[in-house]
Design a protein. Structure first.
Length: 422
């Protein structure tokens, strides 16, 4: 019998707030995280706004030397991990668990991009002697997972998932499978991103992927609107503590939810564009929602039993996809089934943050649904998440591109207690 997996800790650093409560309050209030770019001077850029994390103080978690030596994405990850670990009542009780069975999986789309740009500039303008000796450990995508592992002494599985939009969702899904297969009892899983940099913004802007509504940043992200003109960059982090169910119960941990299903599919079509005529093909062969259908049997649910689905939408105008200009294609479930569109979250937090980091990728979206269910008094609702990733490998002769969709299904099992056990 497969082991059950619970969520016992939450941590967020987002454009709406630097912790779970402030982010949730911002979502309820309908605030937008979008605003003028402050990390660099965007005077030459056609895009002058993004969803930056505001008010984050790394000194809460790191000393001055660590702040200098850790890229911003790693600082975000550590901040979110500290919150999640404290929320799971593990901060002062690591001596009560087997650290060889505690792992860390932190996804990211780009890693230390700011560090990369700064050191490239130093190399080209001032010479190789000015490149930081800490460049490689600051830049490498897996450094966030490594730093968190060393911080707590976690000696179990430790790696980084890098799969663009699905990075943090992959980390949560991998954590689920690792615990189910008895390779660990606790996994600190999530994602982090800090890609609001001159190079990244310029690249996405030149790709015509970013919205240019500089006069109205708060309403710029509208992925399913007929007047959409691109997505909005965002950064931040989201981290969950996933734990084997009986292990959590034995130590008296509060349980937010149970992760019960996980599935992945690929449409094997294009690095960014959806497969053409997808809706027609779904109707013809019945193989649509492939990842959902793979996750459903694990969770013991059918599609019509899922309360919440979170569709992906990049907000980019279609180019040669067969979609009529000004029309957004979104395939709805049956009329009786409510949909809480991920676009609502994306419009508040920005594309990169809601994908790789806190999730719109796994952590933020799971938090949104679980909090909404809790506030509505729903103790057994389910959520299905949809993620699309673009991950490519290409050289002069070979191109390999994967476009994946992830689905999670969670069912709330026991009420959350207010405090950590004594």
């Amino acid at each position: 019998m497969a082991r059950r997996v619970a969520i016992t800790g939450l941590g967020l650093v987002t454009p709406l707030g630097t912790d779970v409560q402030s982010t949730w309050d911002g979502l309820l209030a309908g605030r937008s995280g979008a605003g003028p770019i402050t990390r660099f001077d965007p005077v030459q850029s056609p895009v002058k706004f993004a969803c930056e994390v505001k008010g984050f103080d790394p000194a809460q978690f790191l000393d001055k030397k660590e702040i200098r030596r850790y890229d911003l994405f790693a600082q975000f990850a550590i901040g979110a991990a500290e919150q999640a670990v404290a929320d799971a009542c593990l901060a002062t009780s690591w001596d009560t668990v087997n650290l060889k069975r505690v792992g860390v999986l932190i996804g990211t789309g780009t890693g230390g991009l700011q560090t990369f740009e700064e050191n490239c500039r130093a190399l080209f303008e001032k010479g190789p002697s000015r490149v930081s000796p800490f460049f490689v450990p600051m830049y490498m995508p897996n450094v966030a997972a490594a730093l968190i592992s060393m911080r707590y002494g976690a000696k179990g599985p430790n790696y980084c998932t890098v799969s663009a939009c699905a990075s943090s969702a992959h980390s949560v899904g991998d954590a689920l499978e690792i615990i189910r297969n008895d390779q660990a009892d606790i996994i600190i899983a999530g994602g982090a991103e800090a890609a609001i940099t001159p190079l990244a913004v310029a690249s996405f802007a030149n790709m015509k992927a970013l919205s240019e509504r500089n006069d109205d940043p708060a309403s710029a992200s509208r992925p399913f609107d007929k007047d959409r003109d691109g997505f909005v960059m965002g950064d931040g982090a989201g981290v969950l503590v996933l734990e084997e169910w009986d292990h959590a119960r034995r130590r008296g941990a509060k349980i937010y939810a149970e992760v019960t299903g996980y599935g992945m599919t690929a449409d094997a079509h294009h690095i960014t564009a959806p497969a053409p005529h997808a809706a027609r093909r779904r109707r013809r062969d019945g193989r649509g929602e492939g990842g959902v259908r793979r996750a459903g049997p694990q969770a013991g649910v059918r599609l019509h039993q899922v309360d919440d689905r979170s569709p992906a939408g990049g907000g980019r105008r279609p180019r040669g996809s067969g979609e009529r200009p000004g029309r957004a294609t979104r395939h709805h479930p049956p009329d009786h089934q409510p949909v809480h569109a991920r676009s609502r979250l994306r419009s508040r937090l920005g594309a990169q943050q809601s994908r790789e980091a806190a999730g719109g990728g796994g952590p933020v979206e799971l938090l949104r649904v679980r909090r909404a269910q809790r506030d509505a008094g729903d103790q057994a609702g389910g959520v299905m998440q949809t993620r699309k990733s673009e991950r490519g490998t290409r050289n002069s002769t070979v191109g390999v591109v994967q476009r994946a969709t992830l689905h999670f299904c969670s069912d709330f099992r026991v009420p959350r207690s207010a405090f950590c056990p004594a």
